[in-house]
Design a protein around this ligand. Structure first.
Ligand code: 13P
Ligand code: SF4
Length: 344
């Protein structure tokens, strides 16, 4: 195993700075990463590239990862649905999941033979911690015979108690695929509100919230419009409905990116996690982004030095007990069957 030490911030020299800023990767990122930071990231990125080859590893990064991860080292990027699909299909031996715990668990459940690593095991999610497997059993008991749809932002144990999973990209489609006039939708209350307004199916909700999206307010969105006439407002359906009502477009993180690619507004605001705007600005530099900054503290636990460590030691790996994995896999596979072939 290669244990070469990676340079620390204090070791970045003027010559390494001048060399590294000519890197074509940096040429794309200079609008979102200052030169002085690139001097720290660049050697780590090179090291990660070498380790990926040695380990036959792929790096999957969620759209909320910082630009040096998203554009610097990721082999595949996307929303939760895309990462689940890619994780299930990759031929690599090792998956490094740059996202949060439920995403790494999903990858492990769908690819049990692979080593799946989450570079910081503390990267959780307020939605996932809002509900337990016991809670799901209790809700089922209160509504006998009503199918349970569970957002992927949950633990494997919760998924195992569910009939089918969904993401924000396919929630309405999954709910309608069940052919039931009532559905228990867990655990995101606001995504449940949004789904309820798109379908005739009665939606029984839970009071879980995303700590990032629940902070946005309708007043804030009205202010963006006042201050920036003509701005396009795109919001994630984990926001409260009062916020979504003020938006021009509502969709998953990849849905927002696709909408921008198609509509190419002059100015836009993404009502979601901070890093999204940086990542999209690299691809669509002609759009001016107004940037509210609500950070997901869990996503931000993933850093380049932790990815280096993870690839060197193949830890911390994610394991899911076989019995739990079996139930969770069924719920995930039912989701992947719905709308198969569509872009997320
Ligand atoms: P999507 O990327 O699936 O839209 O999910 C957003 C999110 O909050 C993931 O944690
Ligand atoms: Fe969870 Fe919200 Fe962070 Fe996504 S952004 S991981 S839903 S806390």
């Amino acid at each position: 195993m290669d244990h070469e030490r990676f340079p620390q911030a204090s070791e970045a020299t003027p010559s390494s700075l001048s060399v590294s800023v000519e890197d074509p990767v940096y040429q794309r990122l200079r609008g979102v990463i200052p030169e002085i930071e690139w001097a720290i990231h660049s050697p780590l990125i090179e090291r990660i590239d070498r380790l990926k080859k040695q380990r036959n590893a792929v790096i999957l990064a969620h759209n909320y990862q910082t630009p040096e991860i998203f554009h610097g080292v990721a082999d595949f990027t996307g929303d939760s649905l895309a990462l689940a699909r890619i994780g299930a299909e990759t031929e690599a031996d090792v998956i490094v999941l740059c996202g949060v715990h439920f995403m790494a668990e999903t990858a492990k459940i769908l690819s049990p033979e692979k080593t799946v690593i989450l570079p910081d095991p503390e990267a959780g999610c307020s939605l996932a911690s809002s509900i337990s497997a016991d809670d799901v059993r209790r809700v089922r008991d209160r509504h006998p015979g009503v199918p349970v749809v569970t957002y992927v932002n949950t633990s494997a144990a919760v998924k195992a108690e569910s009939d089918v999973c969904c993401t924000s990209a396919n929630a309405v489609e999954v709910v309608e695929s069940l052919g039931s006039d009532r559905v228990i939708f867990l655990p995101d209350e606001y995504l449940g509100d949004y789904v309820a307004r798109q379908t005739k199916v009665e939606i029984i909700r839970w009071e879980g919230h995303c700590e990032v999206h629940e902070r946005f307010t309708a007043d804030e969105l009205r202010e963006y419009r006042q201050q920036h006439p003509g701005i396009q407002v795109l919001a994630h359906p984990e926001c409260p409905y009062a916020v979504l009502r003020e938006a021009d477009f509502v969709g998953s993180t990849s849905g927002m990116i696709r909408h921008l690619e198609n509509s190419r507004p002059e100015r836009a605001v993404l009502v979601t996690e901070c890093s999204m705007s940086d990542n999209v600005a690299v691809e669509l530099p002609e759009i001016e982004f107004v940037r509210p900054c609500n950070l997901c503290p869990h996503m931000k636990l993933i850093t380049l030095p932790k990815i280096v460590q993870a690839l060197e030691h193949l830890e911390p790996s994610v394991e899911v007990p076989a019995q739990v994995a079996k139930g969770a896999r069924e719920a995930l596979q039912r989701m992947l069957e719905v709308g198969r072939g569509e872009r997320s």
